[in-house]
Each structure stands twice: as structure tokens, then as C-alpha cells.
Design a protein around this ligand. Structure first.
Ligand SMILES: Cc1ncc(COP(=O)(O)O)c(C=O)c1O
Length: 452
């Protein structure tokens, strides 16, 4: 396929009385560059959403398989969510005092969390929660080094940047000292060219040796995503987290699992660590927890959260963390997840979609890998199944634009389609999404776009 300009993936065509384009362009005059690529590439000007559908100001409807990068666990404008937040808005919205919704949420969270994780703090953004978890680990262990993983993502602020496991760090230094990254159990792209289970987790053995040879032996925490989201919904084989927990114990460090994406039913269990039956020392929370409200948090044990200086008054608080609106959003989200059995729905509809996608994988020469748990599915696209060379960014953009034209919002990072719809997705809506995906893949194959 030539890179002939006429073949260039075109943008979503403008509707006759196009309102979107002028509004988008006008905003670009005021918004600083650097906004999320999906917003910039789609140029969508959204008007409203309902369930798993978003409608723009021109009345075009899109099936939303992106969910604001998994924040929208209940979908758009869930009636219970709208009612709870409306009611809270009319009562009180800010301040750090106890509210009944916050009490009820914290109790519910303690019941839902695994093992003896029962004491939580609430924050506003994911990286803020991860930084707080790291401060807590330092306070408890009195140590200061951290290990993260290649492909790991924990936010963009200075305190976590050193543990972001890709080239996002480049030109953003200096990084905090004592932060290290080691290979994740990404078996499709194993850096050791090994295969599981024959490798007996070579990556974990490497981590052990790495701690011995590369650190000063003062590891406060090992920070890991149970499934790597930003890297492309990468699912490690069973046993990986358990093995990491053993390494953490040997190093007298805490295991911090970052469940900001994977938590609250996303993977078909309330928390992803439950698939492995492990209880981490600290878990970070966010995104789907608030159903779209900017709220995050951490949860740990009575013993760990008592560590000073973390536990001293005002030492772990923030202006907005757990404010009345945030707490109301968390409470209604958790209650709705439980009442409407959305964890079970994520498991069932997700498993069904995974099966369908595995069947699709065999039909196209550019679907390299399909993996996932619950409604967190990765479809990795390649130029060639044998060499596993990733799809070019140009071809990935073409997939994204084709999806928009089909009326679907698909997130694609590192040539991986990240299927992350709201947990309310029905099998019918899943079928519709898969039909759209097949149409896109047919064009990709017909026009050999995947070889661009
Ligand atoms: C696993 C994980 N941790 C932390 C973060 C950072 O969250 P935020 O963007 O809210 O700072 C993200 C964001 O995508 C994430 O995926």
C-alpha cells in the first residue's frame, strides 16, 4: 500500500450544519496544547451522553468504548447517579467534614476491599493517590526506594514520573532518585524472549537480582498495576502478583497495587487482585470509583495507615479529597455497582466479548494478540503476526478515524485497541460494537492500511 495522500485516513466528515468544527477550533484558541490525544484527534464537541452512547452538538451518536479512560463505570447520566449528585448539590458541596454519604461509602469500601484493607483516604486525581501511597509506604517502612515496571503508568506528576515505565519520562527530568523500573510480565512481548510457564517467571527472578545489584537495599515499595492499562491492557499470567508479593516480603517492602483502572468491577471482580487471591499492603483507587467524578484514594490496613508522619493531623489531606460531592459520587457508584450486579456483568459480557474477539483474531492478519479480563480487553494490532511489528501510528490513527465514522469511540494506545466500555454494557451493545469493529477491520484488510 502506498502512502499516497489520497489514501490518508480522513477525519470524520462534517455534517451539513456543522457546529462542531467552529466550536472545536474556537476552543483551540484558549486551551493550551497538550490535551488528551483522543480529544484532539476526534475533534468531538460533546453535547450529552446516555448509557454507553455519547451525542455531539451536531446530533451524531457514538458508541462509547472509551468511557473517559475507564472513569465512566456506570456509563453516562445514569439516573441514580444524576439523582444522588443533584441531591448533594442542593445540600452541601465542599469542606472536609464528615458527611453521611462519606461515612457510608467508606464503610462500603472497607467491606468490598480484600482482606484487612479497611482504612481509606480520598483524593482528587490518580497520581495524587499514588504519591500518597508512596508517602505512606515511606512512613511505614522508613525506607525510600521504589520499584515500578516497564509499561507501567501511574500519572504524570513529579512524584510518580520516575516510575512511569516508558519514554514519557524523556526530557522531563531530573527524576527522583531511588526509583527503578523492571520488566513486567508482558508475555506477548517478553523482553527475555522467553515463554511462560517454561520461564518460571524469569522477570521476577530478574527483579530479585535487580534489587540485590542495583538498589541500596532500602525498598519502601513495589508499585504495580495488576493489569497494565496504558501499556495496552496487558494481562500478566496468573501467579505474577503472588510472586511479586514474595519479593516484596523478602525485601521488607510493601506491595502497592495500583487499581486505579482495574478497580470497582472493571476486570470482572471488584478488585483485580482478587483474581490471584492476594491482599496487597496498599491499594490505590480512582477512575471508576467515582463514576466520572474526579475522585481517587488509597486503602490500607489499620497498622500501616497509623505510620507517622502520614497519620498526623493534616499530613495526608487535601482541599478536595473526599468532599461531599465526591463522597456522594463514590457512594452512589459503589451502591449501583452492587445493586445492578455490574461486577458480574463485567465478568459475563467481558468473557463473551473476549471469546468473540479471539475468533476475530484468527480471521485478520493484523490482530496479533487478544487478552483481557472482564471489560478490560486489549486487541493488539501488528503489521505482521510473526514479527509482531506494531501497527504504525499512522495506521492506528486510521483505525481510530474509521471507528469514528462507524459511530464508535475506540481508544488506541501503542497500537492496542483498549476496549473499556462502561460496566453496564449489554451483550446487544457489545454485539453492535463488534460488528462495527469487524467493518473497520475489513477496510483495514481490503485497503492494506495495516501495512502503512
Ligand atoms: C493505573 C493508573 N494509575 C494512575 C493514573 C493517574 O491518574 P490521573 O490521570 O487521574 O492522575 C492512571 C491514569 O491513567 C492510571 O491508569
Amino acid at each position: 500500500m502506498s502512502s499516497d495522500a489520497s489514501r490518508k485516513p480522513s477525519r470524520l466528515p462534517n455534517p451539513p450544519d456543522n457546529r462542531s468544527d467552529p466550536l472545536f477550533e474556537e476552543e483551540q484558541l484558549y486551551i493550551a496544547p497538550g490535551a488528551q490525544s483522543i480529544a484532539l484527534n476526534s475533534r468531538l464537541v460533546v453535547d450529552h451522553g446516555k448509557g454507553v452512547r455519547l451525542t455531539d452538538v451536531d446530533g451524531r451518536e457514538f458508541l462509547d468504548f472509551f468511557s473517559g479512560v475507564t472513569v465512566g463505570s456506570l456509563g453516562h447520566s445514569h439516573p441514580k447517579y444524576v439523582a444522588a449528585l443533584t441531591q448533594q448539590l442542593q445540600k452541601v458541596t465542599f469542606g472536609s467534614f464528615t458527611t453521611v454519604p462519606r461515612l457510608r461509602f467508606l464503610k462500603g469500601l472497607a467491606e468490598a476491599a480484600p482482606g484487612d484493607l479497611r482504612r481509606a483516604h480520598l483524593y482528587s486525581g490518580g497520581s495524587e493517590a499514588v504519591e500518597a501511597a508512596m508517602r505512606l509506604a515511606k512512613a511505614y517502612t522508613k525506607k525510600f526506594e521504589f520499584i515500578g515496571f516497564w509499561g507501567g503508568f501511574h500519572g504524570k506528576t513529579g512524584g510518580v514520573l520516575g516510575l512511569v515505565g516508558d519514554d514519557f519520562k524523556h526530557q522531563r527530568g531530573p527524576l527522583a532518585p531511588g526509583y527503578y523500573s523492571v520488566p513486567y510480565a508482558n508475555c506477548y512481548r517478553c523482553p527475555f524472549q522467553a515463554s511462560h510457564p517454561e520461564c518460571s517467571f524469569l522477570c521476577v527472578e530478574f527483579l530479585r537480582k535487580f534489587i540485590r545489584h542495583n538498589t541500596s537495599g532500602c525498598i519502601a515499595g513495589i508499585l504495580v498495576e495488576p493489569i497494565q492499562g496504558t501499556a495496552g491492557n496487558v494481562v500478566p499470567p496468573p501467579g505474577f502478583l503472588k510472586a511479586l508479593q514474595e519479593v516484596a516480603r523478602e525485601a521488607e517492602a510493601l506491595l502497592i497495587t495500583d487499581e486505579i483502572i482495574t478497580g470497582f468491577g472493571r476486570t470482572g471482580k471488584m478488585f483485580c487482585v482478587e483474581h490471584e487471591g492476594i491482599v496487597p499492603d496498599i491499594m490505590t483507587l480512582g477512575k471508576g470509583m467515582g463514576g466520572g467524578f474526579p475522585v481517587s484514594g488509597l486503602i490500607s490496613t489499620d497498622e500501616i495507615v497509623a505510620a507517622k508522619p502520614f497519620s498526623m493531623p493534616s499530613a495526608s489531606s487535601s482541599s478536595y479529597g473526599g468532599n461531599p460531592l465526591a463522597a456522594a459520587a463514590c457512594l452512589v457508584t459503589l451502591e449501583t455497582i452492587l445493586e445492578e450486579k455490574l461486577v458480574e456483568n463485567s465478568h459475563t459480557v467481558g468473557a463473551w466479548m473476549l471469546d468473540q474477539l479471539r475468533e476475530i483474531e484468527t480471521r485478520y492478519p493484523f490482530v496479533g494478540d487478544v487478552r483481557g479480563k472482564g471489560l478490560m480487553i486489549g486487541v493488539e494490532l501488528v503489521r505482521d503476526k510473526k514479527t509482531k511489528e506494531p501497527l504504525s501510528s499512522r495506521a492506528s490513527k486510521a483505525v481510530f478515524q474509521l471507528a469514528l465514522k462507524e459511530g464508535m469511540i475506540l481508544m488506541i494506545t501503542n497500537s492496542v485497541i483498549r476496549v473499556n466500555p462502561a460496566l453496564i454494557l449489554t451483550q446487544e451493545e457489545g454485539t453492535l460494537g463488534l460488528e462495527k469493529l469487524k467493518k473497520i477491520f475489513d477496510v483495514l484488510e481490503r485497503d492494506k492500511l495495516y501495512q502503512e
